[in-house]
Ligand binder design. Structure first.
Ligand code: CP
Length: 360
């Protein structure tokens, strides 16, 4: 990444062994006193947590509508400080986490690139993270490298000042809080048709490098009778690790390149863009794959309750005129991110119950 990155990369005894372990075997490491502490993997969320976070997010949302409610929320965590370490571009994840912090009263610091931190002088990423822990109570990271957030959590949890790490996107690997907000959005959008259980969901586009669809697929094990349709060009098919996970948990999935063919059958369509930032030569991926775009002509082909999602940013995967259809949920989806991230932060700092008590 930077001119010093290779020379300053630090070796930690035990890290490689830890990183290589199956995810299920290391989830306890990211807990403290039996509670969620670091959020690194979507697999950390079970159904109980998912329902709890959706309820808590709804309550925060209601409270934030009034001046009095906002004031109460802001008084929950004014003694906490968060660091937003976003060294890969982001609009939504950065802003929704930042505003989630403001809603709960946390102060926020930010670094948005390694060229403006002392990493440009040769400080290692690991020392950089330890420095954050000297000043703040929470680190939220977006990083181009898979495993970086996990390494941060692993390093900090062994220091005298462990600070929770929230993974706001780790390369093409995982985006667990995006999956959380996607679940929240789906549950809200399906509230009049029985919730997410029993639904058929199509994921469309670059499924190979799209971390959002990977993390969301993991969460499907928490829902009854969900069926997935992976719709992509051959070169962007979902990777085997996700397909093996779905097989293991007996979640039916189908792979197809016939997007229009599956449209009438599904309850939700989750669009994604081509993630060519992970290509050795991004300009070599000029093909836009128009047969995997959602256009206004498709609106008459989908179910009246079908929900159209996109983690955004979009390029051309969804025609802009589709935005006017009430089934286009992606603008509501990005706003859901702020509420559910506030719920997550409230839980981590053990003030969730105080919010629930406002409604009892
Ligand atoms: N969905 C998402 O992660 O968007 P940003 O890259 O803008 O944060």
């Amino acid at each position: 990444m930077d001119k010093y990155a290779e020379q300053t990369r630090q070796e930690f005894e035990g890290w490689e062994e830890f990183y290589a372990k199956p995810v299920d075997e290391k989830l306890d490491f990211f807990k403290s006193d039996g509670r969620l502490f670091d959020i690194i993997y979507a697999q950390q969320f079970d159904r109980e947590y998912l329902d709890y976070f959706c309820n808590l997010a709804d309550m925060i949302r209601v409270m934030a509508k009034t001046k009095m409610g906002q004031k109460k929320l802001r008084h929950l965590l004014p003694h906490k400080r968060a660091m937003l370490y976003f060294v890969q571009p982001s609009t939504r994840t950065f802003l929704s986490f930042q505003n989630a912090c403001y809603i709960l009263g946390l102060s926020v610091s930010e670094i948005r690139g390694t060229t403006t931190s002392s990493e440009v002088k040769g400080e290692s990423p690991e020392d950089t993270i330890r420095t954050f822990a000297s000043y703040v109570n929470l680190i939220i990271s977006r990083h181009p490298e898979a495993g970086f957030a996990e390494k941060m959590a692993w390093v900090l949890n062994q220091t005298e000042r462990p600070v929770p790490v929230l993974n706001g996107g780790s390369g093409p690997d995982q985006h667990p809080t995006q999956a959380l907000l996607d679940i929240y959005t789906l549950e809200r959008e399906f509230s009049s048709v029985g919730g997410l259980d029993g639904k058929k969901i199509a994921m469309v586009g670059d499924l190979k490098r799209g971390r959002t669809v990977r993390s969301l697929s993991y969460l499907m094990k928490n829902y009854k009778d969900v069926t997935l349709y992976f719709v992509s060009p051959e070169i962007f098919k979902m990777k085997d690790d996700i397909k093996n996970f779905l097989d293991k948990h007996r979640i039916p999935f189908y792979e197809t390149d016939d997007f229009e063919g599956i449209m009438p059958a599904v309850d939700a369509i989750y669009m994604t863009r081509i993630q060519n930032e992970y290509s050795e030569d991004p300009s070599s991926e000029a093909e836009t794959h128009p047969q995997f775009h959602f256009k206004t002509k498709h609106l008459s082909m989908i179910h009246p309750h079908c929900v159209i999602l996109h983690p955004l940013p979009r390029r051309y995967e969804i025609e802009v005129a589709v935005d006017n259809d009430p089934r286009a949920a992606y603008w509501r989806q990005e706003r859901c991110g702020m509420w559910i991230r506030a719920a997550l932060i409230a839980h981590i700092f053990k003030v969730g119950q105080e919010i629930f008590d406002e409604f009892s």
